[in-house]
Design a protein around this ligand. Structure first.
Ligand code: AR6
Length: 181
């Protein structure tokens, strides 16, 4: 599913974040120490290879809401933006911290003149953020940040499984008309 929000092309697809060769950049749902871990981070480090960890270690630790950028190493993408999402019920205010992840990731990508970026559903796995609420925060933040972006033209959400895809497609379908061009 695809829509234009505030001049930005926004797609939601079901798939694997490590298999998006047409995107210049993908986003990692990282941990504070930028270590491989499980979920998205485990998958990204597995495909990228050990060079990614070497590049990550001097950038750690990061705080909830923050984003840092590295190369993609053996991933099919030139860059990875690593975001630390909030642990639901622990890092507060969790909605604002989650919004900061998306905003900081997009602004950082734009500074590097990145034109296309793929996000997973940050914090909705091991960090237990309810996905429906997370999808609203994610898509609203993309729409709100879009007018500040000069280079980013495509934002893709890559969702693991049909349920995650349907939740995001439903949220995108209900976005406020004023944001849709
Ligand atoms: N591609 C796309 N989405 C995925 C993939 C994949 N390959 N794998 C999982 N998901 P999570 P978090 C979905 O746990 O909640 C890590 O261990 C998954 O179903 O990766 O931010 C880190 O090291 C879920 O909807 O990230 C941290 O310690 C979403 O991506 C911690 O987990 C995010 O799940 C971060 O937890």
């Amino acid at each position: 599913m695809k829509r234009v929000l505030s001049g930005l092309e926004v797609e939601v697809v079901a798939g694997d974040i490590t298999r998006q060769p047409d995107l210049e950049c993908v986003v990692n749902a990282a941990n504070a120490l930028l270590l491989p871990g499980g979920g998205v981070a485990g998958a990204i480090h597995r495909v990228a290879g050990p060079g990614l960890l070497d590049e990550c270690l001097p950038l750690a630790p990061i705080r909830p809401g923050e984003a840092v950028l590295t190369g993609g190493h053996h991933l099919p993408n030139k860059y990875v933006v690593h975001c630390l999402g909030p642990i639901y019920g622990q890092d507060e205010p969790s909605d604002e911290l989650l919004a900061s992840c998306y905003q900081n990731a997009l602004k950082l990508a734009d500074q590097y003149e990145i034109t296309s970026i793929g996000f997973p559903s940050i914090s909705t796995g091991i960090f237990r953020f309810p996905m429906q609420e997370a999808s609203r925060i994610a898509l609203n933040t993309v729409a709100r940040t879009a007018p500040q972006l000069q280079f980013v033209r495509l934002v893709r959400f890559i969702l693991f499984g049909e349920t995650a895809f349907e939740i995001h497609a439903d949220t995108l379908g209900k976005m406020q008309e004023s944001w849709i061009q």
